[in-house]
Design a protein around this ligand. Structure first.
Ligand SMILES: [Zn+2]
Length: 129
């Protein structure tokens, strides 16, 4: 199945093929800062299953992860492993906001106290084991 998405201004569009490796909500501090949001809900894909059209910009948020955004409108779209093995795509950036449903919460030890997670999904203090 092909799914489409893009940034707010439309300069960057992307398609994904097939199913993601996993769909998680990350509550870590880096994701909070990088997304300017209380958490980062993303679908993780094999980069080979993702096609990106339009110019993107990126920076390193750690040794292992680049953050990728639209330089025209600033929409934060992807978290890309620097070793090329995976790319996380913001669930909010898909044209269908319900394209994927998260299955677990990670790094909940770093979430703001006012974020309450009551959806019954597994929660991990840090990364999943
Ligand atoms: Zn844009």
């Amino acid at each position: 199945m092909i799914r489409e998405g893009g940034c707010l201004c439309g300069a960057v569009r992307f398609t994904t093929e097939g199913e993601p490796v996993n769909v998680r909500i990350c509550h870590c501090r880096r994701c909070q800062k990088a997304m300017g949001a209380p958490f980062f809900a993303r679908a993780l894909f094999d980069p080979k299953a993702v096609a990106i059209q339009g110019e993107v910009a990126s920076y390193s948020s750690s040794d292992t992860l680049d953050r990728v955004f639209c330089p025209a409108c600033g929409t934060r779209l992807f978290s890309r492993r620097t070793n090329g093995t995976a790319i996380g795509i913001a669930l909010a950036a898909f044209d269908d906001r319900n394209a994927f449903v998260p299955t677990e919460h990670i790094w909940v030890s770093e979430k703001p106290a006012w974020v309450t997670v009551q959806d019954g999904l597994p929660q991990y203090p840090e990364g999943p084991t």
